[in-house]
Design a protein around this ligand. Sequence first.
Ligand code: HEC
Length: 462
Amino acid sequence: MGFLKKIAYWIDDRTGISEVVKPLAKHLVPPGAKWNYVFGSATLFCFILQVVTGVGLSLLYQPSSADAYHSLDYITNQVFLGNVLRGIHYFGASGMILFVGIHMVRVYITAAYKYPREMNWITGIILLFLTIAMGFTGQLLRWDSNGVWSSVVAAEQLGRIPLIGTYLVQILLGGSAIGEHTLNRFFSFHVFLFPALMFMLIGLHLFLVFKNGISEPPKAGRLVDPRTYRKWYRDMLNKEGVPFWPNAAWRDALFGSVVVICIVGLAIIFGAPALTQAPDPSIIKTTPTPDWYMIPIFALFALMPPKIESYIIVIGPVLTIFGLLALPFISNKGERSPIRRPWAVFGTLCFIVFVGTLLYIGLKAPWSPNFDTKPIYEQVKATNPQMKDGMVLFYKKGCQYCHKIQGNGGENGPDLTLIGRTWSADQLNVQMINGGKNMPAYGSILSNKELGQIVAFLKAQK
Ligand code: HEC
């Protein structure tokens, strides 16, 4: 023991670590900061878990379209505890999104963003979007059909933005379609750019929490007045403040530990989400469910009437981001208690119900391709070999996941049973090569011969 103490003394003497840690641990916080204050630190616990497991995964992951899928397959099935490692990273991401959301709702409901904590809120909003961006880019790194499909959908939405849409897609995907460059790009974003930004912003966020103090639990009728608040807060702390450690921080430590244990437990029991098969851009086979936290966003875009969609895709996110950032400037003083701010509470409830509904709809969406569809070439007799090949391609290249044909298939696109009556071969070719609003372009995927075979098949359906 004496020896360890000496080492500790030596380190402290040479670095002065305790001069930093002690004031942090002992600084006074308002009394009554109870369990609803633990969600911010729970998010931080998840973030640290993500960094640790992320570094672990990056040791074995190969960010190239030729090897990515197999390297993950290797991590999952060969590496000792590899599946658990992936599982922790997956459930950790879910936890982080969940707690970021709850933390934000808590801050909003108790109006903790008001003076002097406007910058806490603004850095928090940027962190929220970075967290979502991490989820989105991480999903593609799996490089299975699920991840790739989800990114195709997102790129499609982005591409519809007037004027700059195509450029944005280029920037996001590193080209006009998903490929090698996309994976490299997402890997860089996910592993270098976004985490670096997050480290900086989390540092700033925590510094601000320390500098401005934890918001005191609101009391109805006690108004925030920027002219007197800081003095009032200092006096209140001097009178009734309690040291952060252990009086307040033990809850953070306990809750954070429980969160970490739960995440590890879930990872051990359920493991990582199974990889769907390796992506082949022409075959979109598995249920293209994006990870659950992305589903509301996808559902929202899928359900919007196409006429207004192009506008909403541009205006919606801009308004949302702008509104969230503007909030503490619109109202930074006055009442903080949720009892006196019923509209804020009501609005939050509506928002939660709205997102929940989107998630529910998204999970059972009829607009998502139907992957249980049975090939029809087993029952239907082909009249000539070309048509036969077209029928097989129609199934194998994924057309049938979105299009019904003779009663089989998905409902994402129109029923094609009778299309041959009204559409010429040229029209059909153009549609396949260029794709459509919600249909991938097959120009670079199908050869001329294959296009001809599918056309022959569709024309034969009279
Ligand atoms: C991801 C789902 C999806 C896949 C896969 C898909 N399509 Fe489509 N397709 C659609 C949608 C949605 C439309 C509706 C119009 C649009 O979005 O341009 C459509 C439109 C069409 C049309 C025009 C029909 C009309 O009445 O407007 C044809 C023909 C067509 N697809 C053929 C194909 C063929 C052939 C394949 C396979 C090579 C295929 N599609 C794959 C979703 C899909």
